[in-house]
Design a protein around this ligand. Structure first.
Ligand SMILES: [Zn+2]
Length: 344
């Protein structure tokens, strides 16, 4: 056991030197549905510019989720517009705060990494869409979102859409014909495919069909928490075999098995560390990443209450005996590897 003071110093230095990237946050949806901004956070907001800095975050994926919970009948046609509005909010925030940078290609990523290495503190944002409902069954919308900077799409949210079935559907099916076209077009454009939320049949079809590595941006291991949103060992192994990553999520429902979704059990940093330990043992440290789901969750793990608390995760990983190289991978480099491989 390392001396506490030595551990603290080593952990602080490691976290500061690492490039920290988080694969999933719902901050833009929060801004759109509930207000707030990167400099004037609303009550309950878990990410803002100041706390991104405190958390040492270099890159944050900002998902635009047009469906929070099940869609009410008749609202489907507004999904694209909700995402366009979130993208508009993002661009207004980017205009207002030069320290925020939209990252859309490998060259931009390298500039960001270089700037942070030289002591500047820009925070890169990657634009994502969570829920293919936003495409409204039209590949032209996928291409248009791509032109606006979208570089990651989570194919489904919890339920069925034009692409596939989400994991909350009873007796879910796989990809539709349109879903297959979307996968092929995302491969062609260089948009990262995200299979979090997707039901198993679609998951396996995507892995078969995609020519590029695939991520599960915010999903945990079902072996530790038996929720249908979590991945079986076979799924995690297949993602890794294809070069992808599993982003460990901080959502308490996916950390500790609860009687139902309305009654999450209290979770803590140590549950997140358990998930990372388990997945590292299963698929290796190169295929595990972070997918906090901050600003998409109402309850948070004790010790990881918002993005500013991420240094505690690094300390916990050191305490559990992970190598510094493994920790740098989990904290961000694994996700960067995917972006470099997929983006054009
Ligand atoms: Zn989600």
């Amino acid at each position: 056991m390392m001396h506490a003071a030595a551990l603290s110093a080593r952990s602080t230095a490691l976290h500061r030197a690492a490039f920290v990237a988080d694969g999933h946050a719902d901050t833009l949806g929060r801004f759109y549905f509930m207000g707030g901004s990167f400099t004037e956070p609303a009550p309950g907001q878990q990410i803002d510019l100041e706390r991104l800095r405190q958390g040492g975050v270099g890159l944050q994926v900002m998902a635009c989720c047009p469906v929070w919970g099940k869609l009410a009948p008749g609202t489907r046609r507004t999904c694209a517009r909700a995402v366009f509005n979130m993208i508009d909010i993002l661009h207004r925030e980017l205009d207002a705060y030069p320290d925020l940078r939209l990252v859309t290609d490998a060259a931009g990523l390298e500039r960001l990494v270089e700037a942070r290495r030289s002591g500047e503190q820009p925070v890169g944002l990657v634009l994502g869409i969570e829920g293919g409902e936003a495409l409204e069954g039209d590949l032209a919308l996928l291409r248009t979102f791509h032109r606006l900077g979208v570089r990651l799409v989570t194919l489904t949210h919890n339920f069925r859409n034009e692409l596939a079935d989400g994991a909350y559907e009873e007796s879910p099916g796989g990809l539709t014909r349109f879903g297959r076209q979307v996968v092929e077009e995302m491969n062609r454009l260089g948009v990262v495919i995200d299979v979090s939320h997707l039901a198993p049949a679609g998951f396996w079809q995507v892995l078969e069909l995609s020519s590029a590595p695939v991520v599960a941006s915010h999903s945990n291991a079902r072996a530790l928490c038996g929720h249908r949103r979590n991945l079986t060992d076979e799924q995690a192994e297949a993602l890794a075999a294809k070069g992808g990553v599993v982003g460990v999520t901080f959502c308490p429902l996916f950390l500790r098995e609860a009687p139902d979704d309305q009654h999450p059990l209290p979770a803590s940093l140590s549950d997140v560390l358990d998930q990372i330990d388990y997945l590292v043992n299963l698929v290796g440290p190169d295929h595990v990443a972070l997918g906090s789901d901050f600003d998409g969750i109402d309850t948070v793990p004790r010790g990881l209450e918002d993005v500013s608390r991420l240094p505690a995760l690094t300390r916990g990983l050191l305490e559990r005996g992970h190598s510094e190289e493994a920790i740098r991978g989990i904290l961000g480099e694994n996700l960067l590897r995917i972006f470099r491989a997929v983006w054009r």
